[in-house]
Design a protein around this ligand. Structure first.
Ligand code: MN
Length: 254
């Protein structure tokens, strides 16, 4: 048996000073040592972007007066790559990303920097979990999201990690914990995304607004279960191949 203490790395996309990352570091500390490597500023909706044209810097700091941390001037995916290759002396046993302020259910998964930090961990061979709370405000009550994180972390550590290629995406409503269920990503999209405006110099500009549209009436989707007041956990994968269509199309010549 490995006698060394479990090491958990915590990242996010809201930045190293967000309340959500402190809440997640607290949950992680119940399971082992914690190191926080996160962007030095808000990086929501950057998806899986990586920085290629400017140097990255990692400033050592202490998070919530307790946890060893590094604030990185890059994206969530940069943070995980840099932690893996350069910042951490020991490989973490688990990578957590969150707790994001805002839902990462449905199509939000694809735009999310929070989920991409976890996915980058998975690509590099770690077990990784993304955790989000549907409420945006910094003062949101993350109690239920913390309990959801606690249960899923325990699930993953108890089974000795996740299979290669799989990331867990957890979402929770604001407030107290009312249960958690396995789910799938709801089919959804944003429509009418940009408001046309005119600046003081009479030039047009566009501001992202967008209405979220749910295209899925299944009762097993993440959004359906969240709307019932429960937390959700969806196994996702970075292999985007559609294997059933590959088989079907593959039998036809081109
Ligand atoms: Mn965010």
């Amino acid at each position: 048996m490995n006698s060394e203490k479990t090491l958990i790395m915590v990242c996010n996309d809201d930045g190293i000073f967000s309340p959500g990352i402190k809440a997640l570091a607290k949950v992680a500390s119940e399971f082992g040592d914690v190191v926080v490597v996160a962007p030095d500023r808000q990086q929501s909706a950057v998806g899986h972007a990586i920085t290629m044209s400017v140097p990255l810097r990692a400033n050592a700091m202490t998070v919530a007066k307790k946890y060893k941390g590094f604030a990185v001037n890059g994206t969530p995916a940069d943070c995980v790559k840099l932690a893996h290759g350069n910042l951490l002396k020991k490989n973490p046993d688990l990578i957590l990303s969150g707790i994001n302020h805002g839902s990462n259910a449905g199509i939000n998964i694809l735009y999310s920097g929070t989920v991409s930090a976890a996915t980058e961990g998975t690509i590099l061979g770690y077990s990784a979990i993304a955790i989000s709370c549907t409420a945006y405000p910094e003062e949101a009550d993350l109690t239920g999201a913390m309990e959801a994180a606690r249960r899923v972390v325990k699930f993953v550590l108890d089974r000795g990690g996740l299979p290669r290629g799989v990331t867990l995406n957890v979402n929770a409503p604001e407030g107290e914990f009312k249960g958690i269920e396995w789910s799938r990503m709801a089919d959804s999209r944003y429509v009418e995304e940009y408001e046309d405006r005119v600046d003081p110099f009479n030039r047009a500009y566009y501001w992202l607004t967008g209405q979220f549209e749910l295209l899925d009436d299944g009762n097993d989707s993440d959004i359906h279960i969240l709307n019932e007041g429960k937390a959700t956990v969806t196994p996702i994968q970075y292999d985007l191949t559609d294997y059933s269509l590959l088989k079907e199309f593959g039998e036809e010549g081109l």
